[in-house]
Design a protein around this ligand. Structure first.
Ligand SMILES: Nc1ncnc2c1ncn2[C@@H]1O[C@H](COP(=O)(O)OP(=O)(O)OP(=O)(O)O)[C@@H](O)[C@H]1O
Ligand SMILES: [Mg+2]
Length: 289
């Protein structure tokens, strides 16, 4: 069980996440939706410990993960895997090596530095690539794969951690509809077959409805909807996205919606390929080099 207790995140004066309270039981597939700037990524980054909350606690099976340090933090980094919109693979390294990077938190510093992987780990990586339908690319540099293939490699890498929770921040926002479907099907599969809790930010409402048993809607940092797809009525959805007109389409993206007429100043958008995320991937690569 993942428990978020009174979590607030401020950036200077701005409140990105505002007193969020959530309980996410093990094995749930949860979609977080809301317009651009609603605080979706900030919430995931706090769960993953890329950033710390200004207030509140995040507990996993009763342990406050916001207070973890050293080996306990490394253990959480292994239990909680993250998938990013920009895949965050190391493009010049081959696919298999990228997937093996998912094992780093299971290994001693020496074995990681030496890039030593056991036969079992290599077999596990190949089996995972096979399961995700990208094994034929195992020896290619990751950067030469299509976006959909790269995201499947990223899921394979996450699975190598043997995580209990997978967080995904707009995993399909850079993909065409066909690849988006394959990637969402893969996430649903690891949720159903492996019982892994999946919490994913999604920038279209129709995807959340199709794949998630529970939808959490955020608006200006707060949770304003929490229920099943059936409970999320069209009127509720318009309110959540701050759209009045009847022409609102559920396939519209949070980003295009935020381009609506709005009296408030447009929220500042973090740069694509967030620096903290990229840094994480680079650190892992350096550990291998
Ligand atoms: N590192 C940061 N420094 C300052 N402000 C930030 C930072 N990260 C996020 N914010 C601000 O916090 C608010 C929430 O941002 P967040 O990225 O969590 O939104 P989001 O719901 O993920 O939006 P999107 O759909 O565009 O990805 C925004 O106003 C954003 O500008
Ligand atoms: Mg975001």
């Amino acid at each position: 069980m993942l428990t978020i207790e009174g979590v607030t995140k401020r950036f200077g004066e701005a409140v990105a996440v505002d007193k969020v309270e959530l309980n996410i039981p093990e094995g749930q597939m949860v979609g977080i939706i809301g317009r651009s700037g609603a605080g979706k990524s900030t919430l995931l980054r706090m769960i993953n410990r890329l950033i710390d909350p200004s207030e509140g606690n995040i507990l996993f099976d009763g342990t406050d993960i916001t207070a973890l340090k050293g080996s306990a933090l490394r253990r959480w980094n292994r239990d909680c895997a993250m998938i990013f919109q920009q895949f965050n693979l190391v493009p010049r390294l081959d696919v298999l090596t990228n997937v093996l990077l998912g094992r780093l938190n299971h290994k001693s510093t020496f074995a990681s530095l030496a890039g030593l992987y056991s036969r079992e780990e290599r077999l596990m990586a190949i089996a995972m690539l096979e399961r995700l339908g990208v094994v034929q690319s195992a020896l290619q540099p990751a950067g030469t794969l299509s976006g959909g293939q790269q995201q499947r490699v990223a899921i394979a890498r996450a699975m190598m951690q043997e995580p209990r929770v997978v967080l995904a921040d707009e995993p399909i926002a850079s993909l065409d509809p066909m690849n988006a479907k394959v990637v969402m099907d893969s996430l649903a599969d690891i949720n159903k077959r492996d019982g892994i809790t999946v919490v994913t930010n999604l920038h279209t409402l129709d995807t959340a409805r199709t794949y998630c048993e529970r939808i959490i809607g955020m608006f200006e940092g707060r949770v304003v909807f929490d229920g099943t797809p059936a409970e999320l009525t069209a009127a509720e959805a318009r309110r959540l996205y701050g759209v009045q007109n009847e022409g609102f389409s559920e396939a519209m993206t949070s980003t295009s919606l935020s381009a609506d007429e709005d009296e408030r100043p447009a929220p500042m958008r973090p740069l694509p390929g967030n620096r903290a995320d990229t840094q994480l991937a680079e650190e892992r690569a350096r550990a291998l080099a």
